[in-house]
Design a protein around this ligand. Structure first.
Ligand SMILES: NC(=O)c1ccc[n+]([C@@H]2O[C@H](COP(=O)([O-])OP(=O)(O)OC[C@H]3O[C@@H](n4cnc5c(N)ncnc54)[C@H](OP(=O)(O)O)[C@@H]3O)[C@@H](O)[C@H]2O)c1
Length: 265
């Protein structure tokens, strides 16, 4: 039985991860900005936490440590999406995304790592995205934030190895959650970008991958936690999404760019 803290446990992938891990017998704490503290019907405990607020992060982590004495596993899952032509994304809007998706995870790591170092063991799972592998058109800062989280996790893994702490990244493809409706968007779209942006959003909205069950991802998280020697990275995507990650590695850059462009035409 592990004590697990899951950020963004109030909906989507995070809620599925909490439910799956609780059903597997772990002691699970799920957090979010919009939750009231207390037990959830699926066997885990909810705690309020805004990952952009250092005091809120510290309070929630201290609450878990006070109740359980340790945190064995941290799942950095809280995250936002963003959509819009690059030119129309203001630095303030980009900052809001990076503050949640990158610095949010960093704040929680900073709060949890001292306890893990003391116990000489721990596991941090960063939920990134297949978007970390390439710049998706009209979702530039989403790709950038997830790529940043990947590189952050790689560096952290090496630094934490002497303390028995593993850092793993899980890259989901598209799953059925609230992420699309919660995406940040610019107030105005430059007319020249309107047609390309609209078309890309239609293609994205029509993706069948969005019907995938979040529990599929939650099962992978459970498997990683159960593994005595987890891999550094897991890709949880199917079909064209899975192939695109391989294509990015194998194809010449221009050819891959054309392929991405064609997909969103
Ligand atoms: N769904 C997909 O297709 C997909 C694909 C690849 C990667 N991902 C990644 O998976 C993770 C979960 O996304 P999801 O698809 O499950 O979307 P979701 O249903 O919108 O859930 C997002 C979660 O993040 C939390 N959150 C957002 N901002 C927060 C903040 N400032 N502080 C604390 N919690 C915050 C939300 O809780 P509150 O609103 O209560 O704060 C919510 O629980 C994200 O990191 C996302 O980038 C999703």
């Amino acid at each position: 039985m592990k004590v697990v803290l899951v950020t963004g446990g109030s909906s989507g992938l995070g809620a599925a991860i909490c439910a799956r891990l609780a059903a597997s017998g772990h002691k699970v704490y799920g957090t979010g900005r919009t939750v009231l503290a207390g037990p959830h019907e699926h066997g885990y405990i909810l705690l309020p936490m805004d990952v952009t607020d250092e005091v809120s992060v510290r309070d929630a982590v201290e609450e878990v440590l006070h109740r359980e004495g340790r945190i064995d596993v941290l799942v950095n899952n809280a995250g936002l999406g963003i959509q819009g032509p690059v030119e129309d994304i203001t630095p303030a809007l980009a900052w809001k995304l990076l503050d949640t998706n990158v610095l949010g995870a960093h704040r929680v790591c900073r709060a949890v790592l001292p306890g893990m170092r003391e116990h000489k063991k721990g596991l941090i799972i960063n939920i990134t995205s297949i978007a970390a592998n390439f710049g998706l058109p009209y979702r530039s800062f989403y790709s950038a934030s997830k790529a940043a989280l990947e590189r952050y996790g790689e560096a952290l893994a090496v630094e934490m190895k002497p303390f028995g702490i593993d850092v793993v990244s899980i890259q989901p493809g598209e799953f059925k959650t609230n992420i699309a409706s919660a995406r940040l968007r610019p107030d105005t779209i430059t007319p020249d970008h309107q047609a390309g942006y609209q078309k890309a959003m239609e293609v994205l909205g029509g993706s069948l991958h969005y019907s995938r069950d979040p529990d599929e991802l939650a099962r992978v998280v459970a498997k990683v936690i159960a593994s005595p020697r987890p891999r550094t990275s897991y890709l949880v995507a199917q079909g064209v999404q899975r192939i695109s990650v391989l294509a990015k590695k194998l194809l010449p850059g221009r050819m891959f760019q054309r392929m991405v462009g064609k997909h969103y035409e």
